[in-house]
Design a protein around this ligand. Structure first.
Ligand SMILES: Nc1ncnc2c1ncn2[C@@H]1O[C@H](COP(=O)(O)OP(=O)(O)OP(=O)(O)O)[C@@H](O)[C@H]1O
Length: 230
């Protein structure tokens, strides 16, 4: 469904991805693992065309998209839930959500799934995004991504910095997005236990390349220790 073949990616002259080759099957969660600074965020940004330059093939449903500008990649069905959530604090919850759809498709409607998944957001549409807790802002970032009507969600550390008692709710929503809405999800996560629960496949990243990958049941503790221990 979404695949990268031999993708190099650059910030200026600095190369951050080296021959990155990964594949997320349609309707599956692909867990992206690795230490800080190995290129996981850069991988997601490269899929969206947000680094300075990339080479290699990026394909969505068999169609090469690497020549598309970012807004066309969004229109083709790729949405982003960035690290740190990037909510606009002075915009209302409604405006933050609609911004996602407007950017991708011009839609000015809150998607039907949002009230079901995020009743709190629907009850507080006119409040500013900035008053929300970390967990609620993560919900808002997901709702904003859903407004793009995506086929694929790129999620960068969605449980990072969220109160431990709320993490399970966010995890549950991510699993529902996959199992109930059938979304393909690239999930960058440090929480290996959650990745084991949610993902069908994994890719372990070191130095901007995938050094291990396969079905999730082939992810061993030894791999986790080797590539993720500090
Ligand atoms: N805007 C940028 N300009 C130049 N170099 C960058 C930029 N963003 C990231 N890098 C470099 O690219 C490499 C990969 O960083 P990246 O943020 O993708 O890693 P990461 O695995 O997502 O780490 P983290 O878990 O800390 O977010 C690092 O060496 C980083 O310094």
């Amino acid at each position: 469904m979404l695949s990268l073949a031999n993708v190099d990616s650059f910030y200026g002259r600095s190369q951050a991805l080296h021959a990155m080759t990964i594949s997320a099957p349609r309707g599956a969660v692909l867990g992206i693992l690795g230490r800080n600074g190995v290129g996981k965020t850069t991988l997601l940004r490269t899929i969206l065309g947000l680094t300075d330059r990339s080479e290699g093939v990026i394909a969505l449903g068999g169609t090469p998209i690497e020549a598309f500008p970012t807004h066309e990649r969004a229109r083709a069905g790729i949405a982003y839930v960035p690290q740190g959530r990037m909510i606009i604090p002075d915009f209302t919850i409604r405006e933050n959500i609609l911004m996602g759809g407007f950017a991708a498709t011009g839609a000015r409607r809150i998607p039907d799934i949002v009230p079901e998944l995020f009743p709190y957001l629907m009850d507080n549409l006119d409040r500013p995004g900035g008053v929300l807790s970390g967990g609620q802002q993560q919900q808002l970032a997901i709702a904003r991504a859903l407004a793009c009507k995506p086929k694929v969600l790129l999620m960068d550390e969605p449980t990072e910095g969220i109160q431990p008692n709320i993490v399970a709710q966010i995890e549950d929503i991510i699993i529902r997005l996959n199992t109930e809405l059938g979304l393909t999800i690239l999930l960058v996560e440090q929480n290996v236990a959650f990745v084991r629960r949610a993902a069908k496949a994994f890719a372990m990243i070191e130095h901007g390349t995938a050094v291990e990958s396969g079905p999730i049941d082939t992810l061993t503790d030894a791999m986790v220790h080797k590539h993720m221990a500090i």
